[in-house]
Design a protein around this ligand. Sequence first.
Ligand SMILES: CC(C)(COP(=O)(O)OP(=O)(O)OC[C@H]1O[C@@H](n2cnc3c(N)ncnc32)[C@H](O)[C@@H]1OP(=O)(O)O)[C@@H](O)C(=O)NCCC(=O)NCCS
Length: 181
Amino acid sequence: MDERAIVLEVPELSCETFRLRQWRIEDAPDLAEAWKDPQILSDSVVPEKRSLGDARKWISRTDVRRRAGVALDLVVADCDDDSLLGEVSLYRFDKSRRAALISWWLAESARGDGIATRAVNMLAEWALAGPLTAVIAEIKETNVKSLALAQRCGFDLLRPAGDSTPAAFVRRAGDPKGRAS
Ligand SMILES: CC(C)(COP(=O)(O)OP(=O)(O)OC[C@H]1O[C@@H](n2cnc3c(N)ncnc32)[C@H](O)[C@@H]1OP(=O)(O)O)[C@@H](O)C(=O)NCCC(=O)NCCS
């Protein structure tokens, strides 16, 4: 294993509506559908290859990526039937700064109810109470839903957007909690 990696354990995090869990191969059809969503395609990072087979392959590598300190990718799963509502991830770990990027998306049917806000807040609070001192979100200026979400979760502007770069927002350990908590 890379000595420089930050390897995160899978947290046990849940609320009355959803829980965060590891990916399962059965999630592949929902993931492949999500990769067709225009908002997810334009505003988050998706792989170049996005077939059902590619979704299965991507899922089969998630725990390898976690153990290698590359990413912690978690499903936001419905508490009632465990179905996929969305995803929250920590990735691009910087061990010297104990920092990482955070990203999120929701399936279209799960939007508009505060689920992403609560899931992002939950993961950020867990990470900042433990292995990380800063969590950073890179958000396009046009992504108004994510800008509002970051504000609700207590992220502050770190770097404004440039001509070809998204704005960066940071939440640090010890910062006042966001309105989502
Ligand atoms: C970004 C994204 C997850 C936001 O979805 P969302 O449904 O707006 O986010 P939330 O689940 O937090 O819901 C917020 C909405 O629920 C409402 N809401 C209801 N109860 C709420 C609660 N308890 N807490 C927070 N918001 C609540 C909010 O007012 C807001 O409503 P609005 O959309 O009318 O303003 C979604 O647009 C998406 O998947 N986009 C594509 C991927 C993407 O942009 N990723 C970000 C990469 S950085």
